[in-house]
Design a protein around this ligand. Structure first.
Ligand code: AHM
Ligand code: MG
Length: 357
């Protein structure tokens, strides 16, 4: 039911609309209203977000029909990480590129599924932003009907030429101007930030619109959930093992966290963002640099998490301060409720002290 009309308020001299719980707000309208708070905005960033929302709807449609359309299974190609690509990965990757490459807002893209920079085709205008994305994270879970997701990150171009270059892509995460994710779960949700809080939209499939359902998401300081794949325990270093003992309340004074691990980053992160908790993919002896990718996974989710009041670290430093060295760089990741991320940092720091004593 459409309820009370939104109330106009004034912020920094600009009229914006304050949403009541009952107002129906599409993602387009919300983006426009946020843009109005920045009179200097050109609308290009908003355009990128609309185009991502469109790509998300197309991917959601395909994911929902996955079992029916007989498109499960692997293609013969493996991606740059040496993993087998699922067909839906390819579809999601192509869909995002096609939705974004001709809008005149981007100067280049990079995808977890592509080895190098994706240039804007000749004949299309190049804009001032770069888009990095993981088109379908957790895609190895598709055959068993577990939620998967799309993750994206936007930075501003810093080089002078027409096209985007590697230097544009390899900026620390704190320079992101927008990031977000889409979760294809029991419903499809798009959650994004442009540095003005974190807002979540649920897709109403009957009208094909993302509607504002979770304005101004805040992650609880004190988490409920621990998400970690502890089958790697024997490959963890002692500092990591101690962090996990503390999270589980086996050592120290932290109330024990509940373990929840889907194995699909977006699903694990989304649950912890709403309910509070920490997702960990630490380094281990098998993957000493971690598994998750800095540019496509850690940075965009870290921007969202910080904007929601949480934190993200590799155990030594804030994720958003890491200067990337290559497109497909991996990083250890602890992300979620601030208190739990701080506990990981403090535990590693005490181990470093012990080691150097
Ligand atoms: P992907 O980008 O190849 O899909 O891999 C990333 C996924 C994440 O969604 C998830 O958190 C992680 O890999 C699970 O890894 P593991 O099976 O080692 O626990
Ligand atoms: Mg991924």
């Amino acid at each position: 039911m459409i309820g009370a009309l939104p109330l106009p308020i004034t912020l920094a001299g600009v009229a914006v609309v304050q949403h009541t719980a009952t107002s129906v707000v599409t993602i387009e309208r919300f983006i426009i209203e946020q843009e109005r708070q920045h009179p200097e905005a050109t609308g290009e960033l908003s355009g990128i977000l609309y185009d991502m929302a469109l790509a998300a709807k197309m991917i959601a449609n395909k994911v929902r029909r996955a079992g029916l359309a007989d498109i499960l299974g692997s293609t013969e190609h493996s991606n740059v990480q040496g993993e087998i690509q699922q067909k839906l990965d390819v579809f999601a990757n192509d869909t995002i590129i096609k939705a974004m490459d001709h809008g005149g807002r981007l100067c280049a893209m990079a995808s977890e599924e592509e080895p190098g920079i994706i240039q804007i085709p000749d004949g299309f205008r190049c804009g001032k932003y770069c888009l990095m994305f993981d088109p379908l994270d957790g895609s190895s879970n598709i055959d068993v009907n577990v939620p998967v997701g799309t993750i994206f990150s936007v930075v501003q171009k810093i080089t002078r030429g027409r096209q985007g270059e590697m230097e544009d892509m390899l900026q620390p995460g704190r320079r992101q101007v927008a990031s977000g994710y889409v979760i294809y779960g029991s419903s499809t949700m798009l959650v994004y930030t442009t540095g003005q809080g974190v807002h979540g939209f649920t897709l109403d499939p009957s009208i094909g619109e993302f509607l504002l359902s979770h304005p101004n998401i805040r992650i609880p300081n004190d988490g409920r959930y621990l998400s970690v794949n502890d089958s790697y325990e024997s490959f963890w270093e002692e500092g990591t093992k101690q962090i996990m003992r503390r999270y589980r309340g086996l050592e120290g004074d932290r109330r024990p966290l509940n373990v929840r691990y889907v194995g699909s980053l977006v699903a694990d992160f989304h649950r912890n963002l709403l309910g509070g908790g920490v997702f960990c993919y630490p380094a281990n002896k098998k993957t000493p640099g971690g598994k998750l990718r800095l540019l496509y996974e850690a940075n965009p989710l870290a921007f969202i998490c910080e904007q929601a009041g949480g934190a993200a670290t590799d155990g030594m430093q804030r994720i958003l301060d890491i200067v990337p060295r290559e497109l497909h760089e991996r990083v250890p990741l602890f992300i979620g409720s601030k208190r739990d991320v701080d506990l990981a940092n403090a535990t590693y720091a005490s181990h470093a002290e012990l080691a150097s004593a």
